[in-house]
Every structure is written in structure tokens, then in C-alpha cells.
Design a protein around this ligand. Structure first.
Ligand code: FE
Length: 336
């Protein structure tokens, strides 16, 4: 066993404090403790099953691979279809399904084979200056490439997972040539080289460096809740663009069961619980996201940004286009 493997097993053991309870379930999560804690507490209260969580910053695939069949992890939590897909692609998950999962998770938001299940969505939208962008000036993703925006757009790196997924959606709708032209058009419209995170783009609008930016919806909530960033948020409107032939691009947070799950029954119970309307509303509210179970509602603040029709493409189809999307983003030297 390599030192790295021993270290990672040692870390897993001490983080999870195994195995003290007969009924338990073990989670590896890229999502923050403040998001998961209310849910894991509610799950334990309802079922008596203890939940152990290892919060990871990175390296989930490598860790699961190093641990192999001895991994304590039952479930993995992450955001973004590409991250979910990379865990599936590495052969680290197992397909699961249930009547509850099928009833609560719309078809677009789970793997048809059951290797991953979505829990919440977030839309990738346009933040527009309240002062410098009029109502109705931009309504589509295709419109971002219009020369009228020359020198007026800010965005994070084209190769960030969020922009790769958006580009994959463009590929899905319009094919390679049109997507390449679209990327070149946006690049020609940028006020500055891609840099920073989504919130940094809204800050740049506030500072007058650009007029529109691409970003995820929940950052509006995060900025409004932050003393310093509130002014940035208040300088913009949230616009929900659509694809000309589709809806608004959304991505998900989701969950997958590991191939080696030591507690698969408890893990499935937890998955069922997480997709229940009650749990989804708690989870979505924690990060200003959208619950996906039929009949659930977004928090009033989130709902106040506007309503939209999500693109109906299955996210698995976008995951399959990921490599092609990255190739095009690099071909046009989007970040250069
Ligand atoms: Fe994010």
C-alpha cells in the first residue's frame, strides 16, 4: 500500500470515526457542512440512522479509487453534472432506483441508468447592469455573441465546469460550427480576459468594467447575504436567457451511491429522504437553489428573481458533450 493510500485511509477513518453504530450511512461531500447538516440531522431524527460525513475540497475520485472496495463511503455529494459524470465514468458508482426516486426526480435530472440522481438545480443566467442594460435587450444565450455587446461582457474562465456545461448545451442545440462561432463572438465581446469567479463578474459590473456577466443564480442570494457584496448584487438585474430553440440552462447538485457502499440499504433510504419535497426545500434554501420534486417551491427570495422554463435536455446528454465543448473552448483560445 502506498503512503498516499495509507494516509487517505487514515484520514477517512479518523474523519468518519468508524464503526461505532450498527445503523449508519457514510457520506463524502464536496458540499459545505452548513448545507448538509440540517438534512442529515432531519434524516437521523426520522430514521435513527447515524450519518457520518467527510467533507472534501477536492480529489474525490482519486480518494475513492485509492480506497477501492474498502472505502467507507456509501454516498457522494457534489454539484455539476461533469463532476457527477466523472465519478460514474471512473466506475465508482452503482445504479440504483426506487419508486420514490422516480416520482421525485424529473427525467432530465437523473441518469437513465440510475448512477446519479439530482437533488436541486441552479440556472446559469445573465447578470445585467440596472443602469446600462434596458429591459429586453438580451433574451437568449445566442445573443451574447451579438457585436452590440462589444467590450461589455465579463465571465469566469471558459474551461470552468459551469461554462463547459453551458457550452455543451450550446453544442446540443446548434452543433459544432455554430458553437465555435458563438464562443468567438463572446470572446470578441469581452471587456477583459476571463478571470475570477461568478461573483467577481458582478463586482465588475458594479465597478463599471462591464455591463453583462454570466453567472449562476444562487450567487445572487449569496451576495445579498454578504455585507460587502450586497451593493454588487443590487447593481444588477437577474435575466433568464433561453436558447432560441430551448429553455434556460440549468445544472444540478446531486448524489450517487458508491459501487462499494458498505450500507446500501441505509444509503437508498437517505437518497429517498433527500428527494422528498420537505428535504428538497430545506436543501435548496440552504444555497438559494431550486428544489426539483413535483409540487415544491423555491424560497420567496429566489422566486423573486423571476421564473423560467428550464431546458429539457437530459443532463447526461450534456455530460457526453463535455470533451467536445472543452476542445472548442480551447480551439478558440477563449481565455487567451
Ligand atoms: Fe458555485
Amino acid at each position: 500500500m502506498s503512503l498516499a493510500t495509507k494516509l487517505s485511509l487514515g484520514l477517512a477513518a479518523c474523519t468518519l470515526a468508524l464503526p461505532a453504530f450498527a445503523e449508519e450511512v457514510n457520506l463524502y461531500s464536496y458540499r459545505q457542512p452548513e448545507l448538509l447538516k440540517p438534512l442529515t440531522d432531519a434524516f437521523t431524527a426520522e430514521t435513527g440512522i447515524k450519518v457520518n460525513v467527510a467533507y472534501l475540497q477536492k480529489g474525490m475520485v482519486e480518494r475513492l479509487q485509492a480506497e477501492g472496495a474498502r472505502s467507507p463511503a456509501d454516498l457522494v455529494f457534489t454539484v455539476d453534472i461533469s463532476r457527477l459524470h466523472s465519478i460514474v465514468d471512473a466506475g465508482l458508482t452503482q445504479p440504483v432506483t426506487s419508486e420514490t426516486l422516480k416520482a421525485n426526480v424529473p427525467a432530465a435530472y437523473h441518469d437513465p441508468d440510475g448512477n446519479w440522481w439530482g437533488l436541486t438545480t441552479r440556472a446559469r443566467i445573465i447578470y445585467a447592469s440596472k443602469e446600462r442594460v434596458a429591459d429586453g435587450e438580451i433574451t437568449t444565450y445566442e445573443g451574447l455573441a451579438d457585436p452590440k455587446w462589444k467590450g461589455r461582457i465579463c465571465t469566469r474562465s471558459g474551461t470552468h465546469a459551469y461554462n463547459v456545461a453551458l457550452t455543451s448545451a450550446m453544442l446540443h442545440h446548434h452543433g459544432e460550427d455554430a458553437t465555435k462561432a458563438w464562443l468567438e463572438g463572446i470572446k470578441a465581446n469581452l471587456a477583459r480576459k476571463p478571470q475570477g469567479n461568478d461573483r467577481a463578474q458582478v463586482k465588475a459590473i458594479w465597478a463599471g468594467e462591464c455591463d453583462i456577466a454570466i453567472g449562476n443564480t444562487y450567487y445572487m442570494g449569496n451576495m445579498l447575504a454578504d455585507e460587502e457584496q450586497k451593493a454588487w448584487a443590487e447593481s444588477v438585474n437577474v435575466l433568464f436567457p433561453k436558447f432560441e430553440s430551448g429553455g434556460t440552462h440549468v445544472n444540478i447538485s446531486g448524489v450517487a451511491m458508491t459501487k462499494s457502499a458498505p450500507n446500501p440499504e441505509n444509503a437508498l433510504k437517505m437518497m429517498n429522504f433527500l428527494t422528498s419535497p420537505k428535504a428538497q426545500e430545506i436543501y435548496a434554501l440552504g444555497n438559494f437553489e431550486y428544489p426539483i420534486a413535483p409540487g415544491t417551491k423555491a424560497d420567496p427570495l429566489v422566486a423573486s428573481w423571476g421564473s423560467f422554463e428550464a431546458d429539457s435536455v437530459n443532463l447526461m446528454d450534456l455530460a457526453k458533450l463535455r470533451k467536445d465543448a472543452i476542445k472548442l473552448i480551447e480551439t478558440v483560445d477563449f481565455d487567451g
